[in-house]
Design a protein around this ligand. Sequence first.
Ligand SMILES: Nc1ncnc2c1ncn2[C@@H]1O[C@H](COP(=O)(O)OP(=O)(O)OP(=O)(O)O)[C@@H](O)[C@H]1O
Ligand SMILES: [Mg+2]
Length: 198
Amino acid sequence: MFEVKGLIEEVQFDKDCIIYIPDGLQFIGQGRSAAVFRILETQKAVKIFYPEYKGLAEIEAHVYQKLNNHDYFPAYYEVGDGFLLMEYVEGITFYDCLVSGIPITEKMVVKVDEALEFACSLGLNPSDIHLKNILLTSSGQVKVIDVVRFTQEFDCPHWRDLKKAYETFYLRRYVPKKFPKFFIEFIIRLYRRRLLPI
Ligand SMILES: Nc1ncnc2c1ncn2[C@@H]1O[C@H](COP(=O)(O)OP(=O)(O)OP(=O)(O)O)[C@@H](O)[C@H]1O
Ligand SMILES: [Mg+2]
């Protein structure tokens, strides 16, 4: 852990821009509050929150502790100052499935439902479930990542709306299963502006 901590401390941000990544860490992805790196030659990933969101690390750690290493979520290892150490999940997001044409099956959707129901049964409130927060692993498992907003109180409609779009649009026989990125981004933008009839 000592060595890993040194590596993590070397990462530099300017707000949400990553300015420096040390050898030993491999960039995996980033979102609104953090960037995630794989610790090379391990099956571990570190989520490092941008300086202004540092406080979220403790909150997300508590959620992971509650989830108690359930299979539907990445295993959680440790929390530090502004970062979380967890399992590196080898797989692709549902977003990437849409871009590369890998079918999102009804079975996969049921698995997400099960994951969220499990979280609900623990008194959590699954929120912010979007296409980049769900991973399909190479062995066909589904894992929900990014559980930081599971503690918020208000009702988040994202997963409900995604499922509705899935059932009424994606599942139609003549609808393609592969979409250009710009198209997905356009739809996401319309959704955020509440311009979609959902
Ligand atoms: N444990 C993991 N294993 C593999 N990839 C991961 C893991 N955690 C996160 N990622 C990748 O890193 C990206 C960003 O992580 P995450 O969603 O946790 O950040 P965030 O800033 O909280 O995102 P959001 O914008 O949804 O709030 C994910 O979309 C995913 O591609
Ligand atoms: Mg995310």
